[in-house]
Design a protein around this ligand. Sequence first.
Ligand code: SAH
Length: 229
Amino acid sequence: MFAAALLSTLFILPVPTEAMDPYSELRRLMVEEQIKARGIRDPLVIRAMEKVPREEFVPRSLRPEAYDDRPLPIGHGQTISQPYIVAYMTEKLRPRPGDKILEIGTGSGYQTAILAEIGCRVYTIEIIEELSLRAQKVLKKLGYKNIHFKVGDGYRGWPQEAPFDGIIITAAPPKIPGELKKQMKIGGKMVVPAGDYFQYLYLVERTGAEAWREKKLIPVSFVPMVRGN
Ligand code: SAH
């Protein structure tokens, strides 16, 4: 009798996980409605999108909107990309655990976190120091390792660490930067939005020492990739 009463008390206790993380339901819905429903299939990408707390990468006042289907401002005239675009670009890059990836445009650090969650070694360059420092702080707090940061001009790439299995550019250069094509491994991939007014996303594959194959994917709208000094 006593034991039964004790058991029922034990089992009636609610486990307040949802209450502890009010964003987990929004994150789950984002993955269902914006990511899976629009055709993203790579389980590594889906799992990473389910895991990374996007609200940590937006300004505090915009947290309730963190899972909306659009980019959001992060200061300095820059934006955190729309969730679907992050998933789409990551799926095209096809990173696998252990891959060495160069990212140009750290911004909020959200795309960086998705790559680190997949298990990549990430080398990320941001031209605005304050954004890089903020991203470093968030990514450290969330416990991500294997991320290397640099403040500087992404057009130069990271020659000391090249070649890379993959390169992802999250700001739009007028045309695909030649220096970055040279820092790809043979067999490696680059995903890059390019163009002045009308931008398209391109998938570039390096097929040989002096050979690349380019595929035009979808129209996009990114902040411009600016030239450093
Ligand atoms: N992946 C980011 C997107 C940030 S927007 C995110 O999800 O938050 C693009 C970023 O590229 C901006 O932070 C901008 O400052 C940066 N950027 C623009 N030109 C650059 C350059 N030449 N080198 C490095 N970063 C650049």
